[in-house]
Design a protein around this ligand. Structure first.
Ligand code: GTP
Ligand code: MG
Length: 151
């Protein structure tokens, strides 16, 4: 079972896409185990995006993520990291496949609506950065056996 950090970024919140994004992740079969709505401060933004420091888009990226509130969530499921990134689509919306969130709702890489962890290591780091352990609520879902089968 994997866990992944998902951020609904300021553009998606401003555009009223919180429900649409959660709908797609829920419908896929992923399970929400943590969520908070917050204004990101400079320190959290710089830590979260430390890997991009020095890149030409870094400063704009930090301004973007701190510009307005975000919805931060942890989603759980088999192959959750790859599954969520697939549902989000490619980083550049014009390269994202039809049916993905970035294809269906975005045009530019600098306003691409969502963030999702890209590996088990970054998922663990990012979940620890955004959530205290006691803010995670794993739960049993009646449909689990119909979504997560043996084979
Ligand atoms: P995240 O899930 O947000 O991490 O996206 P990603 O893993 O698909 O992309 P990456 O980690 O490479 O970049 C992080 C974020 O930086 C992207 O989601 C974009 O918002 C932004 N970004 C990446 N490349 C560019 C770029 O060339 N120009 C601009 N303006 N923003 C970029
Ligand atoms: Mg990334």
């Amino acid at each position: 079972m994997e866990r992944t950090l998902v951020l609904i970024k300021p553009d998606a919140v401003q555009r009223g896409l919180i429900g649409e994004i959660i709908l797609r992740l829920e419908r896929r079969g992923l399970k929400l185990i943590a969520a908070k709505f917050l204004q990101v401060n400079q320190e959290l933004a710089e830590t979260h995006y430390a890997v991009h420091k020095g890149k030409p888009f870094y400063e704009g990226l930090v301004r973007y993520i701190t510009s307005s509130p975000v919805m931060a969530m942890v989603w759980e499921g088999p192959n959750a990291i790859a599954a969520v990134r697939q549902t989000m689509g490619a980083t550049r919306p014009t390269e994202a496949a039809p049916g993905t969130i970035r294809h269906d709702f975005a045009l530019e890489v600098g306003r691409n609506l969502t963030h999702a962890s890209d590996s088990p290591e970054t998922a663990a780091q990012e979940i620890a950065l955004w959530f205290k352990p006691e803010e995670l609520y794993p739960w049993d879902r009646a449909t689990d056996a119909w979504i997560m089968g043996q084979n």
